[in-house]
Design a protein around this ligand. Structure first.
Ligand SMILES: [Zn+2]
Length: 443
């Protein structure tokens, strides 16, 4: 049994509670007591304790592109960025990806991320041949998360086609594919049982790469696993889907039996009114990745409409142009303000929930947050910086969403174990150097 005494804690509302004792036992939260005096045994936390961030959409190796693809005239669009990204994808090996991903997940831990959903599609050797263990790359990612001390949902990607009209996969996409949906399902089944620190989910890449009959197969063989899929990130994807099938990607997923509270629609940017209604009725999650979507000039998704009809929002750092879940949460609201000429489209508590508890549900967790019975995954935000020096708990959610950065995360606990203490990671002491060397190896 361990206990901490927090000066402030965000328990889900607009304001923060004061003087909150949090007791943990066997990795779970066993008591939350606001307005309590500290006892001699308590670890005193000055600042704000809140649930750990849940990053629902990550491609760990994209971190290698940070600082290399963002500026200059004539940068092109999503599709020209993808060419650069594929070059890095084809330099990955199980060894260098283990080093890179453990550095990236450690950077996430430092930013207060306690769970990550890794949308993983670099499965095989560059020529498409399997490694001796066909899940060698997946296992490298599971090991990377273990080193970093964060929970992982390995969203194993099915990638079967180069488009909706029978286009073959390109040379640079050979290592992503298992050729058939049956091969993919049996390889994913071979990943075996989950552990306390990792689970496996199913991730058809997109309606371009996995067609309707295969999507229906995934629905049939889901076995309680969550489903994540890129949906309508680009207008071109919608146009191709309509031309080939007469339907939108969202309608196609609905017809394949793949919408529901077990599914997350990643990006969900270019939706029409009927798509929004389908996602809402089915309680499908909408995962926004605003710092990536704006970097890639994707557009701004209809977050307010989705929330209004019942699709919970969750958030991902996706390409890792930055790893800062406060920035993702803030961006959802700020992008809406710019396009609606209205302020306060989303409540701040709703934005923090998107970055924490809804994200955990999207990854299949039954309970998350500062509640009794949840895993003891929480973080402490320092309030001694110039950014948060006037923090007093009143409107605490708004103060955090609109002013805090990942640099304000001081301490991180996962399963009751402290993995970051005073901004130092317990097992990866020099994360910046780990990033430098592991990224240099794949460029
Ligand atoms: Zn993605």
């Amino acid at each position: 049994m361990k206990s901490i005494h927090a000066q402030f804690a965000w328990l889900g509302g607009e304001s923060c509670a004061l003087n909150v004792r949090i007791t943990t036992n066997n990795g779970l939260i066993s008591a939350i007591e606001p307005n309590s005096a500290a006892t001699a045994k308590d670890l005193r936390v000055v600042g704000v304790v809140m649930p750990g961030f849940v990053n629902t959409h990550s491609h760990a190796f994209h971190r290698a592109l940070r600082g290399r693809t963002h500026s200059g005239a004539g940068l092109g669009d999503f599709w020209s960025w993808r060419t650069l990204m594929y070059q890095v994808a084809n330099r990955l090996t199980p060894e260098n990806y283990l080093a890179l991903a453990s550095a990236v997940y450690s950077e996430m831990a430092l930013a207060g991320i306690t769970s990550v959903g890794e949308f993983h599609y670099v499965h095989h050797q560059p020529d498409g041949k399997h490694y001796q263990d066909p899940n060698e790359m997946s296992k490298a990612l599971i090991e990377a998360a273990r080193i970093a001390g964060v929970r992982l949902t390995l969203l194993d990607v099915a990638y079967l086609h180069g488009g909706l009209n029978g286009q073959k996969l390109g040379q640079e996409q050979q290592r992503f594919t298992d050729s058939t949906i049956e091969n993919w399902l049996s390889r994913v089944d071979m990943l075996g049982a989950s552990s306390a620190m990792h689970t496996v989910g199913l991730a058809p890449h997109s309606v371009r790469a996995v067609h309707e009959v295969e999507l229906a197969q995934i629905a049939k063989h889901r076995k309680n696993r969550v489903v994540h899929i890129h949906v309508s990130e680009q207008p071109a994807e919608n146009e191709a889907c309509r031309a080939a099938t007469g339907r939108t990607p969202t309608k196609l997923l609905s017809d394949a039996g793949l919408l529901g509270s077990f599914t997350s629609a990643i990006h969900a940017t270019h939706l029409d009114a009927s798509d929004i209604a389908l996602l809402g009725q089915s309680k499908t999650f909408s995962c926004f990745c605003p710092t990536t979507e704006r970097d890639l000039a994707d557009g701004i998704g209809p977050s307010a409409e989705l929330v209004a009809v019942g699709s919970p929002l969750c958030l991902g750092t996706d390409s890792h142009a930055v790893i800062d879940m406060f920035e993702e949460a803030r961006a959802v609201e700020m992008h809406q303000r710019l396009i609606s000429n209205k302020r306060g489209v989303h409540r701040s508590s709703e934005l923090l929930a998107a970055a924490t508890v809804h994200g955990a549900s999207s990854l299949g967790s039954k309970i998350h947050g500062l509640v009794v019975g949840a895993p003891a995954d929480f973080i402490a935000i320092a309030t001694d910086s110039v950014r948060l020096a006037t923090f007093d708990g009143e409107n605490g959610a708004a103060h955090l969403v609109h002013s805090a950065t990942s640099s304000d995360v001081r301490d991180v606990w996962v399963g009751g174990e402290q993995i970051v203490k005073d901004r130092i990671h317990r097992s990866v002491p020099n994360i910046a150097e780990s990033l430098r060397t592991s990224i240099a190896a794949v460029l």
